[in-house]
Ligand binder design. Structure first.
Ligand code: IMP
Length: 201
């Protein structure tokens, strides 16, 4: 089955492919006239609300090109740092562009409390109804930018699943995607969607 993912983020696309392809889904970036459609994100502090707004606009766009029966996936995600009251949260993409991982490390300089979480809310339109999934990956912000893998804040985030075990204290930027997707917020959100799909079909 064809599954369109409405995202401009190649990292998100790759992770979604890894989850859905083994189940027989053909995952592709959703584009109209060669461009990922621009959508209006509401100003709010809830990932779920943003994901809901994205899917509603996405469905209208799918229908407008006569593909309303195809499946469509959207996601809103972010990094939530406890000592910063959840910042950058829903503003993660914007803040990454403005200050980068190094800027986040600067904000946390001399701070012992480095706990944080990645969170994702995903919505999938199956051609008839919307399925929602949420995922959280807890961890800490490392002291330096470390690793070339992944995207976004991956090089400064160590998931708690790695802390103190045999894989060492590695950031998501240092490990292969096959390891990241075992713990990631995205994988958990997509797993919830898969469970919901199984219940309805
Ligand atoms: P949005 O969902 O398009 O608003 O973007 C979410 C932003 O959060 C991304 O651009 C990244 O900066 C960050 N982010 C979300 N998930 C991840 C992840 O798995 N690794 C690293 N950064 C992430």
């Amino acid at each position: 089955m064809q599954l369109w993912f409405m995202t401009g983020n190649k990292g998100k696309l790759l992770e979604a492919k890894h989850v859905f392809s083994p189940l027989g889904f053909e995952v592709e970036q959703f584009k109209i006239n060669g461009e990922v459609p621009e959508i209006i994100e509401p100003q709010c502090d809830s990932l779920e609300e943003v994901a809901n707004a994205k899917i509603k606009q996405g469905i209208k766009l799918l229908q407008s090109i006569g593909k309303g029966k195809d499946a469509l996936l959207v996601e809103d995600s972010g990094l939530f740092i406890d000592v910063l009251g959840g910042f950058p949260g829903v503003y993660s993409a914007f803040i990454l562009e403005k200050i980068g991982c190094a800027g986040i490390l600067k904000l946390l300089e001399n701070n012992e409390n480095r706990s944080a979480s990645f969170r994702a809310s995903s919505c999938l339109w199956d051609g008839q109804r919307i399925h929602m999934g949420n995922g959280i990956c807890n961890g800490v912000i490392f002291d330096t930018v470390c690793g070339e893998n992944g995207f976004g804040y991956d090089p400064i985030f160590i998931p708690s699943d790695f802390l103190g075990n045999s894989t060492g204290e590695k950031t998501f930027g240092e490990v292969d995607i096959s390891i990241k997707e075992k713990f990631s917020h995205r994988k958990k959100a997509l797993d919830e969607i898969l469970a919901s799909l199984k219940n309805t079909h």
